[in-house]
Design a protein around this ligand. Structure first.
Ligand SMILES: [Zn+2]
Length: 241
């Protein structure tokens, strides 16, 4: 590579680093100057959790909010841009759903759905932040018991039946310590769509003798025939004034 090109690349990198230092962190919700999440957006996320519509094969699932608008923007910023500062406020939202469901307790295991990347992915970080916000050891503890058996096709673009077929048997909880068999567990995930992933997580845990009582998610994405009825979706959530 010619020297001039190398110089231009080095200068670009330097400029980006300087801009990062000079520009304040923007809010993931409204792109305002008070990042990572401004007070207004934080207040708007503070909804009353609801129980999700039943999905085939799923235990009861509670969600902190809808997969739409502000909730969706902030969740995507956390997952896709690695905005780790958002783990605490979003974990607090999951904690609201977890406590509203009545599952919090010192003997409850929170089992995050594993990611495909390195350990301690976004969902595991949400689970840890959830326990911290719900009261620490007295509210439960995170147990990363699940892992993928093999690579799976991404769920994006698949229909409901295909998603279930694509998911079945992909997770395993093999190797659960004897002391944890019979424990009561709550699955943690970020988004509930068809429920295929949560159903598979519950199946894998139950196969190892874990008692799955339910699941908590940050956001519920309703099937198209329901989400088309925008009013129906938004009216399910309490919006703070
Ligand atoms: Zn904001």
């Amino acid at each position: 590579m010619p020297f001039a090109n190398l110089l231009v690349r080095a200068l670009r990198t330097l400029l980006a680093a300087v801009l990062d230092l000079l520009l304040p962190l923007t809010c993931a919700g409204c792109r305002g100057p008070s990042g990572p999440l401004c007070g207004d957006c934080l207040a708007r996320l503070d909804r009353r959790p609801v129980r999700c519509r039943a999905r085939p094969g799923c235990p009861p699932v509670w969600t902190a909010g809808p997969y739409a608008g502000l909730d969706r923007r902030v969740l995507l910023a956390f997952k896709e841009h690695g905005t780790d500062d958002l783990a605490a406020p979003l974990g607090a939202r999951v904690a609201a759903a977890y406590t509203a469901a009545g599952w919090a307790g010192p003997d409850t295991l929170l089992v995050p759905v594993p990611g495909r990347g390195p350990p301690r992915g976004p969902v595991a970080r949400l689970a840890h932040a959830c326990v911290a916000a719900a009261g620490g050891d007295s509210a439960g503890r995170v147990a990363e018991l699940l892992r993928y058996r093999h690579r799976v096709r991404r769920q994006v673009g698949l229909g409901r039946a295909d998603r279930r077929a694509n998911r079945h048997g992909v997770l395993t909880a093999a190797g659960v310590p004897a002391g944890q068999r019979g424990s009561r567990a709550v699955v943690v995930d970020d988004v509930l769509t068809t429920g295929a992933t949560v159903a598979e997580a519950a199946r894998a845990l139950r196969a190892e003798g874990i008692r799955v009582v339910g699941a908590v998610v940050l956001a519920e994405r309703l099937p198209p025939h329901l989400s088309a009825q925008g009013e129906e979706r938004s009216s399910r959530f309490y919006e703070p004034s």
